[in-house]
Each structure stands twice: as C-alpha cells, then as structure tokens.
Design a protein around this ligand. Structure first.
Ligand code: T6T
Length: 324
C-alpha cells in the first residue's frame, strides 16, 4: 500500500503530466507586429512565421501599421494586447517610444519577443533598466552588416573619395547600428570622407531627391550606402535619375526583387540580404518553447547573404531575395 503522502505526490505528478500534455496540445495564438505591413522584408518574415505556426498548430495574427512609425504602431499594439494573444512578436519602430506601450503587454502577462529591432539596449532579462522585460531579441547582427557595407563600398570606390549614408531616422535600433558599424569600419579608410547622413523617413522618393541634392553640392560624390530597403532603392533611383549609374556606386541593405535588375544593370554593386524568414520562424518557435515551459536564449542572431553580379543567379543565393 502506498502512504497517503505518496499517493498525493503521485497525483500531483499525474496532474503535472496532464498539464504538460494540455499545454502542448493547446492551440496558441501568436501575434506578429511588423515595422510596417507593406515592406517586402516583413512580408518575408511573415512567411517564415507562418511556416513555424503551421508546424506547431498555432494561429499567427499579422497586424501592423501603414508606415514605420510609433504613432501608427502603438495603436495597433494596443489593439493586439486587447485581444490577449498568447505571445507578441514585434519589430518596435523606436528604441525608446515602444518601451512603455510594450510594458503594458508584459504587465498583462503576455510574453514579448522583439524581432528585427529592439527596445532599450537590446540586452534583455538582465534585471536592470526598464526595457529588459522582453524574453528574446531575434535579428541580424546590424553592426556587422554596416561593417560589411563599408568594406564593400570602400572597395567599389577604390578606397578614396566621398560617400554618405542614406538612412531612415534616428532611434531605430537596426538602422542606427548599421550606420554605426559602417562609420566605425570606414575609419580604416583615411582617404574616404563620409558626408553627413541623409534621413528619408523610410520614403524612397525622398531618398532619391536627397541623392540628387548631395550630388548637386558634391559633384565628386563617389558612393552611397542605403541602410535599408527604401533608403537603398531611393538612393539607387536617384543615381539613375542623375545619369550617374556606375559612377556613383551603391551598396544596398536588403534584397527586394527589384535588386536583381539593379545589380545586373550595374546600378547597385552589392546587396546585403537579411534572412527575415528565419527571423519569423525562430520568433514563433521561441514563443512556443516559452509557452510550453522551456527556457529560451535571450538573443538569437540570424545571418546575411551578400549578393552581387557574381552570384545573383545562383539558386542558393537567389532564395534569399525577399517575397513581394
Ligand atoms: O531593413 C529592414 C529592417 O531590418 C529595418 O528594421 C527596417 O527596414 C527594413 O524593414 C527594410 O525596409
């Protein structure tokens, strides 16, 4: 005969097992809030997230704002919190402005994981500061990405001359780090002058006009680093409109479908493709691991594929071109 205490602990054990099974069987709802909905980068991230959700039988809710801006993202976040999903994956559109709005999710018991961009310093679960509460940060190494861009542009311009960074706006973790990594690396090229950064507010048309304005002030402009999809696309268009294809060299971050033609025509020297599908996939899997009682890493780094004329037709490279 078992003692009463042994029976009780057995019962607890059985209940725990039943509980685990129940958790594993539960159909979770995971929300993915992108920086904006109409960006090939986030459309591709969504695909990866959908693939993971399918694998674990979860429902993925994809909801975001029309532009890369906290003013439009925060109301979307509030609406998502009100629906009480099991977890929120989000690309915060500002390092500081999303801290308090995301704290509301955390306070409501909804686990938060940031994808692509981070809040605060991006170092989470430290027990320090007011922005360490997200469970994980899943993204490219953007400092490294900026350094890769600098080396590529330096090579393209023959390690001398004038270049500048076409960027979105200060306060976005990804594009800030790309610019930082770019400028640090450019210090190794004393004959290259990095002109003042031009901020385009994620508007490719503005980036194109800025290219022409910088060129009008600097007829000896040699190159430009487009620090994200719209910055690069716009800067490249500006180069083309100025009739400077191949003369003003372009290094692009991100790889929308149009990049293939731009590389083939020589308008863009090189594109640094991120792996957004990987970010989405591992974001959902990290949320699932947490929701089923497993611990998860506080940071997951995803890779890059550097695309240029020499490899753009290679299938293993072309698969990293973003979805439309
Ligand atoms: O470059 C990506 C993303 O990593 C960044 O945070 C914002 O811009 C993109 O979405 C491209 O438009």
């Amino acid at each position: 005969f078992l003692k009463a205490s042994a029976v009780a602990s057995l019962a607890t054990g059985v209940a725990a097992i039943a509980g685990t099974t129940q958790a594993a069987d539960k159909k979770f709802t995971i929300a993915l809030i992108p920086g904006l909905t109409t960006d090939a980068f986030y459309i591709t991230m969504r695909k990866g997230a959908e693939a993971a959700a399918k694998a674990i039988g979860a429902t993925l809710v994809f909801q975001g704002g029309p532009d890369f801006n906290p003013v439009t993202q925060v109301p979307v976040l509030d609406a998502v919190i009100a629906k009480k999903p099991d977890a929120i994956l989000i690309a915060p559109t500002d390092k500081d402005q999303l801290v308090q709005p995301l704290k509301k999710a955390n306070d409501a018991g909804i686990p938060v994981i940031t994808v692509d961009t981070f809040i605060g310093t991006g170092v989470y679960q430290t027990g320090k500061g007011d922005a360490d509460f997200p469970l994980a940060y899943i993204a490219s190494d953007n400092l490294l990405g900026g350094a890769i861009a600098a080396r590529a542009l330096a090579k393209a311009v023959g390690e001398k001359g004038k270049v500048y960074v076409s960027n979105v706006k200060p306060g976005i973790s990804t594009t800030d780090q790309r610019e930082q990594g770019f400028k640090e690396e450019m210090k190794k090229y004393p004959n290259i002058t990095v002109l003042e950064t031009q901020y385009n507010d994620d508007d490719a048309n503005k980036a194109a006009s800025q290219l022409q304005a910088v060129f009008a002030r600097n007829s000896d402009l040699d190159g430009v680093f487009g620090a994200n999809l719209f910055s690069a696309l716009g800067a490249a268009n500006g180069v083309q409109q100025a009739g400077q294809t191949g003369k003003i060299r372009v290094v692009a971050f991100d790889a929308p479908t149009s990049i293939v033609d731009n590389i083939n025509s020589g308008l863009v020297d090189l594109a640094i493709a991120q792996h957004p599908a990987e970010i989405g996939y591992f974001g959902v899997m990290a949320a699932y691991a947490h929701l089923t009682g497993n611990s998860i890493p506080t940071a997951i780094g995803t890779g890059f594929t550097v695309i240029d004329k020499s490899n753009v037709t290679d299938k293993n490279v072309a698969k990293f071109i973003y979805s439309d």
